[in-house]
Ligand binder design. Structure first.
Ligand code: NI
Length: 196
């Protein structure tokens, strides 16, 4: 059963592996991720946020489960072009209730595969560009808090400590194994092969 993990769950600092096969198991994970994302009122969710160490993420800028035509899946995404910069408030489903300004390129071009395995090449700006960069970062263990400037880092330190404590508490309660065990599980994650 998938669930969104919060910082500092080790999956969030994990360098995910490329997807090699698009099959029923991957499609089921994608559907579950969209549902979790809507439930949490998010616009994007990366696989390692549900502790799957593979390079894909889902996005729906409308955040509205009724607007399924806005759903997009990016598999093995790569940012191939970045242009100008922009500052805007960002949040992340793995950092509950934390919002802060982050500077990023304003426009990007992203290459990926879609869920049908077709080549996907997207030019995006503003919110769309920001979401694509935020989610692609996740797949490489990079988090939006890494981009905070020193003042914002200071101002958010307490909140981040609370988020961290809340994860450690749930670990103490046995909801998650110790970090080393989580990392072993991520290393051992089977390739998306035929479902058993
Ligand atoms: Ni995020």
């Amino acid at each position: 059963m998938l669930r969104i993990v919060s910082y500092p769950h080790p999956a969030l600092r994990y360098e995910s592996r490329p997807v090699t096969q698009i099959d029923d198991r991957l499609r089921a994970a994608v559907r579950a991720m969209f549902d979790l994302m809507y439930e949490a009122h998010g616009i994007g969710l990366a696989a390692n946020q549900v502790a799957i160490p593979l390079q894909f993420f889902v996005i729906n800028l409308s955040a509205d489960p009724e607007q399924r035509d806005q759903e997009q899946v990016f598999i093995n995404p790569e940012i191939v072009k970045r242009h100008s910069t922009d500052e805007f408030e960002e949040g992340c489903l793995s950092f509950p209730a934390l919002y802060a300004k982050v500077q990023r390129p304003r426009k990007v071009r992203v290459r990926a595969y879609d869920l049908q395995g077709n080549d996907l090449s997207v030019e995006a700006d503003e919110l769309y560009a920001r979401a694509l960069q935020h989610e692609t970062d996740h797949l490489h263990g990079r988090l939006f808090v890494d981009l905070f400037d020193p003042t914002i880092k200071t101002n958010t330190a307490g909140k981040i400590r609370d988020i961290e404590q809340s994860f450690r508490d749930s670990q103490e309660r046995g909801e998650y194994p110790p970090d080393d065990e989580i990392r072993r599980q991520l290393d051992a994650w089977p390739e998306f092969g035929p479902t058993a």
